[in-house]
Design a protein around this ligand. Structure first.
Ligand code: ADP
Ligand code: ZN
Length: 214
Protein backbone atom coordinates (compact mmCIF):
# COMPACT_ATOMS: atom_id res chain seq x y z
CA UNK A 1 0.00 0.00 0.00
CA UNK A 2 1.42 3.31 -1.14
CA UNK A 3 0.48 6.63 0.46
CA UNK A 4 1.13 10.29 -0.20
CA UNK A 5 -0.06 13.28 1.81
CA UNK A 6 -1.03 16.79 0.76
CA UNK A 7 0.00 19.09 3.60
CA UNK A 8 -0.65 22.79 3.80
CA UNK A 9 -2.68 25.53 5.43
CA UNK A 10 -6.41 25.77 4.81
CA UNK A 11 -6.74 27.43 1.41
CA UNK A 12 -3.39 26.14 0.16
CA UNK A 13 -5.33 24.30 -2.53
CA UNK A 14 -5.19 20.72 -1.29
CA UNK A 15 -8.60 19.82 -2.68
CA UNK A 16 -8.00 21.43 -6.08
CA UNK A 17 -4.59 19.82 -6.45
CA UNK A 18 -5.98 16.48 -5.36
CA UNK A 19 -8.43 16.62 -8.26
CA UNK A 20 -5.60 17.21 -10.74
CA UNK A 21 -3.44 14.44 -9.30
CA UNK A 22 -6.36 12.02 -9.17
CA UNK A 23 -7.09 12.56 -12.86
CA UNK A 24 -3.45 11.90 -13.81
CA UNK A 25 -2.64 8.94 -11.54
CA UNK A 26 -4.10 5.87 -9.80
CA UNK A 27 -4.25 7.53 -6.39
CA UNK A 28 -7.46 7.24 -4.41
CA UNK A 29 -8.34 10.64 -2.94
CA UNK A 30 -9.13 10.52 0.78
CA UNK A 31 -10.23 13.90 2.16
CA UNK A 32 -11.20 13.88 5.83
CA UNK A 33 -12.90 17.27 5.36
CA UNK A 34 -15.10 15.85 2.57
CA UNK A 35 -15.84 12.74 4.66
CA UNK A 36 -16.87 14.89 7.61
CA UNK A 37 -19.06 17.15 5.46
CA UNK A 38 -20.72 14.03 4.00
CA UNK A 39 -21.32 12.72 7.53
CA UNK A 40 -22.92 16.03 8.54
CA UNK A 41 -25.13 16.01 5.46
CA UNK A 42 -26.20 12.44 6.23
CA UNK A 43 -26.88 13.34 9.87
CA UNK A 44 -24.79 10.41 11.12
CA UNK A 45 -23.45 10.26 14.71
CA UNK A 46 -19.97 11.15 13.39
CA UNK A 47 -21.44 14.17 11.64
CA UNK A 48 -23.22 15.33 14.77
CA UNK A 49 -19.99 15.00 16.71
CA UNK A 50 -17.93 16.89 14.15
CA UNK A 51 -20.26 19.75 13.23
CA UNK A 52 -19.63 22.15 16.12
CA UNK A 53 -15.85 21.82 15.85
CA UNK A 54 -15.88 22.45 12.12
CA UNK A 55 -18.12 25.50 12.32
CA UNK A 56 -15.71 27.13 14.75
CA UNK A 57 -12.69 26.20 12.67
CA UNK A 58 -11.38 23.89 15.40
CA UNK A 59 -10.02 20.42 14.74
CA UNK A 60 -12.33 17.47 15.13
CA UNK A 61 -11.00 15.14 17.89
CA UNK A 62 -8.31 12.69 16.80
CA UNK A 63 -10.37 9.59 17.74
CA UNK A 64 -13.17 10.62 15.38
CA UNK A 65 -10.75 11.24 12.52
CA UNK A 66 -8.75 8.07 13.11
CA UNK A 67 -11.94 6.04 13.20
CA UNK A 68 -13.24 7.31 9.84
CA UNK A 69 -9.85 6.95 8.16
CA UNK A 70 -9.39 3.48 9.66
CA UNK A 71 -12.80 2.41 8.36
CA UNK A 72 -11.94 3.74 4.91
CA UNK A 73 -8.58 1.95 4.74
CA UNK A 74 -10.09 -1.28 6.02
CA UNK A 75 -12.22 -1.37 2.84
CA UNK A 76 -9.13 -1.03 0.65
CA UNK A 77 -6.97 -3.56 -1.15
CA UNK A 78 -3.25 -4.19 -0.57
CA UNK A 79 -2.11 -2.54 -3.81
CA UNK A 80 -4.23 0.59 -3.36
CA UNK A 81 -2.50 3.94 -3.57
CA UNK A 82 -3.86 6.64 -1.28
CA UNK A 83 -3.60 10.39 -1.43
CA UNK A 84 -4.57 11.96 1.89
CA UNK A 85 -5.89 15.51 1.82
CA UNK A 86 -6.37 17.34 5.12
CA UNK A 87 -5.08 14.36 7.07
CA UNK A 88 -3.02 13.97 9.22
CA UNK A 89 -3.39 17.30 10.99
CA UNK A 90 -1.84 16.52 14.39
CA UNK A 91 1.26 14.61 15.45
CA UNK A 92 -0.96 11.99 17.06
CA UNK A 93 -2.78 11.45 13.75
CA UNK A 94 0.56 11.22 11.92
CA UNK A 95 1.95 8.61 14.32
CA UNK A 96 -1.22 6.55 14.21
CA UNK A 97 -1.25 6.72 10.40
CA UNK A 98 2.29 5.32 10.37
CA UNK A 99 1.09 2.42 12.54
CA UNK A 100 -1.96 1.72 10.40
CA UNK A 101 0.08 1.79 7.17
CA UNK A 102 2.80 -0.40 8.66
CA UNK A 103 0.09 -2.94 9.58
CA UNK A 104 -0.95 -2.96 5.91
CA UNK A 105 2.60 -3.33 4.68
CA UNK A 106 2.91 0.29 3.58
CA UNK A 107 4.33 3.63 4.61
CA UNK A 108 4.04 7.33 3.88
CA UNK A 109 6.06 7.64 0.68
CA UNK A 110 5.95 11.39 0.05
CA UNK A 111 4.46 14.42 1.78
CA UNK A 112 3.82 17.41 -0.50
CA UNK A 113 3.94 20.68 1.40
CA UNK A 114 1.88 23.26 -0.48
CA UNK A 115 3.49 26.63 0.18
CA UNK A 116 1.31 29.76 -0.18
CA UNK A 117 1.74 33.27 1.29
CA UNK A 118 -0.84 34.03 4.04
CA UNK A 119 -2.57 37.01 2.32
CA UNK A 120 -3.21 34.80 -0.72
CA UNK A 121 -4.74 32.16 1.55
CA UNK A 122 -7.16 34.59 3.19
CA UNK A 123 -8.39 35.89 -0.15
CA UNK A 124 -8.77 32.38 -1.55
CA UNK A 125 -10.83 31.14 1.37
CA UNK A 126 -13.15 34.12 1.69
CA UNK A 127 -13.91 33.99 -2.08
CA UNK A 128 -14.29 30.24 -2.28
CA UNK A 129 -17.63 28.80 -3.40
CA UNK A 130 -18.59 25.11 -3.52
CA UNK A 131 -21.21 23.25 -5.54
CA UNK A 132 -23.96 21.71 -3.40
CA UNK A 133 -24.46 19.02 -6.02
CA UNK A 134 -21.02 17.71 -6.94
CA UNK A 135 -18.57 19.47 -4.61
CA UNK A 136 -16.70 21.29 -7.40
CA UNK A 137 -14.73 24.27 -6.08
CA UNK A 138 -14.92 27.81 -7.52
CA UNK A 139 -13.66 31.26 -6.54
CA UNK A 140 -15.64 34.48 -7.07
CA UNK A 141 -12.75 36.13 -8.95
CA UNK A 142 -10.03 33.50 -9.54
CA UNK A 143 -12.18 30.61 -10.81
CA UNK A 144 -15.66 32.01 -11.48
CA UNK A 145 -18.42 29.75 -12.77
CA UNK A 146 -19.82 30.70 -16.18
CA UNK A 147 -23.16 31.66 -14.61
CA UNK A 148 -22.90 33.28 -11.20
CA UNK A 149 -23.97 30.96 -8.39
CA UNK A 150 -24.42 27.92 -10.68
CA UNK A 151 -22.03 24.98 -11.15
CA UNK A 152 -20.62 24.59 -14.69
CA UNK A 153 -20.44 20.83 -14.31
CA UNK A 154 -23.79 19.84 -12.84
CA UNK A 155 -25.95 22.97 -12.64
CA UNK A 156 -26.04 22.76 -8.83
CA UNK A 157 -26.19 25.83 -6.59
CA UNK A 158 -22.91 27.26 -5.29
CA UNK A 159 -22.57 28.10 -1.60
CA UNK A 160 -19.98 29.42 0.83
CA UNK A 161 -18.78 26.91 3.40
CA UNK A 162 -19.83 28.15 6.86
CA UNK A 163 -16.21 27.91 7.99
CA UNK A 164 -15.03 30.18 5.15
CA UNK A 165 -16.35 33.32 6.87
CA UNK A 166 -13.54 35.72 7.71
CA UNK A 167 -13.44 35.21 11.50
CA UNK A 168 -13.41 31.44 11.15
CA UNK A 169 -10.75 31.58 8.45
CA UNK A 170 -8.40 33.44 10.81
CA UNK A 171 -9.03 30.84 13.51
CA UNK A 172 -8.35 27.99 11.08
CA UNK A 173 -5.01 29.55 10.14
CA UNK A 174 -4.11 29.88 13.81
CA UNK A 175 -5.12 26.26 14.46
CA UNK A 176 -2.93 25.23 11.52
CA UNK A 177 0.08 27.04 12.98
CA UNK A 178 -0.55 25.66 16.46
CA UNK A 179 -1.43 22.03 15.65
CA UNK A 180 -0.49 21.10 12.11
CA UNK A 181 2.67 23.03 11.18
CA UNK A 182 4.77 20.73 13.41
CA UNK A 183 4.13 17.96 10.89
CA UNK A 184 6.47 19.75 8.48
CA UNK A 185 9.35 19.01 10.81
CA UNK A 186 8.10 15.49 11.54
CA UNK A 187 8.11 14.52 7.86
CA UNK A 188 11.24 16.48 7.01
CA UNK A 189 13.16 14.38 9.54
CA UNK A 190 11.86 11.22 7.87
CA UNK A 191 13.18 12.54 4.55
CA UNK A 192 9.81 12.39 2.77
CA UNK A 193 8.91 16.10 2.63
CA UNK A 194 8.63 17.66 -0.84
CA UNK A 195 7.91 21.40 -1.21
CA UNK A 196 5.54 22.65 -3.90
CA UNK A 197 4.92 26.29 -4.80
CA UNK A 198 1.13 26.48 -4.60
CA UNK A 199 0.90 30.28 -4.56
CA UNK A 200 0.47 30.78 -8.31
CA UNK A 201 -2.27 28.80 -10.06
CA UNK A 202 -3.66 25.28 -9.78
CA UNK A 203 -2.29 24.11 -13.15
CA UNK A 204 1.27 25.13 -12.30
CA UNK A 205 1.08 23.66 -8.81
CA UNK A 206 -0.38 20.39 -10.10
CA UNK A 207 2.31 20.13 -12.79
CA UNK A 208 5.06 20.77 -10.23
CA UNK A 209 3.64 18.14 -7.88
CA UNK A 210 3.31 15.56 -10.66
CA UNK A 211 6.90 16.22 -11.77
CA UNK A 212 8.11 15.52 -8.21
CA UNK A 213 6.04 12.39 -7.70
CA UNK A 214 8.39 9.46 -7.13
P1 ADP B 1 -9.34 23.19 4.97
O1 ADP B 1 -8.05 22.43 4.86
O2 ADP B 1 -9.53 24.18 3.88
O3 ADP B 1 -9.57 23.76 6.34
P2 ADP B 1 -10.87 20.71 5.16
O4 ADP B 1 -12.07 20.37 4.35
O5 ADP B 1 -9.66 19.88 5.02
O6 ADP B 1 -10.56 22.22 4.74
O7 ADP B 1 -11.25 20.77 6.70
C1 ADP B 1 -12.39 21.47 7.19
C2 ADP B 1 -12.56 21.22 8.68
O8 ADP B 1 -12.77 19.81 8.92
C3 ADP B 1 -11.35 21.56 9.55
O9 ADP B 1 -11.33 22.92 9.91
C4 ADP B 1 -11.58 20.62 10.75
O10 ADP B 1 -12.57 21.13 11.61
C5 ADP B 1 -12.15 19.37 10.11
N1 ADP B 1 -11.09 18.39 9.78
C6 ADP B 1 -10.79 17.94 8.53
N2 ADP B 1 -9.77 17.05 8.57
C7 ADP B 1 -9.41 16.95 9.88
C8 ADP B 1 -8.41 16.22 10.58
N3 ADP B 1 -7.55 15.42 9.94
N4 ADP B 1 -8.31 16.39 11.92
C9 ADP B 1 -9.16 17.18 12.58
N5 ADP B 1 -10.11 17.91 11.99
C10 ADP B 1 -10.26 17.80 10.66
ZN1 ZN C 1 -21.66 20.75 -9.40
Amino acid sequence: MKAIILLGAPGAGKGTLAEGVKNATAFIHVSTGDMLRAAIKAGSPTGLEAKAFMEKGELVPDEVILRIVGERLAQGRPDDQYMFDGFPRTLEQARRLDDVLAGLGGAVNQVFLLEVPTPVIVSRLSGRRICKGCGAVYHVTNIPSKVEGICDQCGGALYQRPDDSEATVLNRLEVYQRQTASLIDFYERKGVLVRVNAGTNPQAATAELLSKLA
